[in-house]
Design a protein around this ligand. Structure first.
Ligand code: GLN
Length: 275
């Protein structure tokens, strides 16, 4: 089965072929000389045409890998990005540093989309024997349907809440609050390029200056962040100073920014004062 490239990068052509044949990469290599049936050839052509038309590979395949696991995705959710794995790593670091007793940590992921952050954190915390109770919210019922399915498939126990930021989050305190909110400014030309053209606009942009989600999120920290709790936000390449200022305005301590693997300031966070 030669995955003819049809003008696509070889890896993408091969992944589309695996999708049509419902086979693994190893199977494909081992059956390199076999011919496709006519139906398979047509199905493959169709997928290649969709990809050549710009549709994101993740939406065509129906999944994207994040932190070594397959997450179902569809156009109701943002496609998980590799740089967001840093948010999970930092969250695990904060939980590990805070670990004191058998008391579970309460974690909240606001705007969860596919659930990639919340589910990965729940599974990785369990693997490290860190007791956590993870809640995750989204404004979109169709995004939550995807997140619920991912949680079920991957075996994570998450409390999902349909909510516009804090609006429907039950009053309780969280030890760790995370979000990768829509942070692209309205009219940013990137919104009309590549995969972003096909992703849900409300997951990408606030239709304003790119900071309104952080303002809404910061406004709830006083009521929801536990003493000594951490907040970690992913943001755009040029937003670290603005996000830090919003965190400082909430009187958070240790306000700082971490770069992603490309060296771009990507996550900013801070800790509330201990009692
Ligand atoms: N990281 C995404 C991008 O720049 C944006 C995701 C977001 O707005 N949270 O493509």
């Amino acid at each position: 089965m030669q995955a003819r490239q049809q003008g696509l990068p070889a890896l993408e052509a091969r992944m589309l072929m695996e999708c049509v044949l419902k086979q693994t990469p190893a199977w494909l290599v081992a059956h390199d000389n076999e011919a496709l049936s006519e139906a398979e050839a047509t199905a493959y052509q169709t997928l290649c045409q969709r990809r050549l038309g710009g549709e994101p590979l993740a939406y065509i395949l129906g999944w994207r890998e994040f932190y070594g696991r397959q997450f179902k995705v569809n156009p109701a959710v943002l496609i998980p990005r590799p740089e967001t794995e840093l948010l999970v790593d930092l969250a695990l670091e904060k939980l590990t540093a805070k670990f004191r007793s058998a008391q579970p940590f309460h974690v909240l992921d606001l705007g969860t989309g596919s659930g990639a952050i919340a589910i990965t954190l729940a599974l990785e915390a369990a693997a490290r024997n860190l007791p956590v109770v993870v809640s995750a919210s989204d404004i979109s019922a169709s995004a939550l349907a995807v997140a619920r399915q991912n949680a079920m498939t991957l075996g994570a126990n998450i409390n999902f809440i349909e909510s516009h930021w804090w609006q429907a989050i039950p009053k309780q305190s969280f030890d760790l609050i995370l979000s990768n909110p829509p942070y692209i400014e309205a009219n940013d030309p990137h919104l009309n390029q590549g995969d972003l053209r096909f992703e849900p606009a409300h997951a990408l942009t606030d239709q304003a200056d790119g900071l309104s989600a952080y303002r809404a999120l910061c406004a709830g920290l006083g009521a929801y962040l536990a003493p000594g709790g951490w907040v970690l936000f992913e943001h755009g390449y040029d937003q670290a100073a603005a996000v830090q200022a919003l965190l400082q305005a909430q009187n958070l301590q240790s306000v700082q920014t971490w770069p992603d693997l490309a060296g771009i300031p990507r996550i900013s966070g801070g800790q509330s004062a201990c009692e």
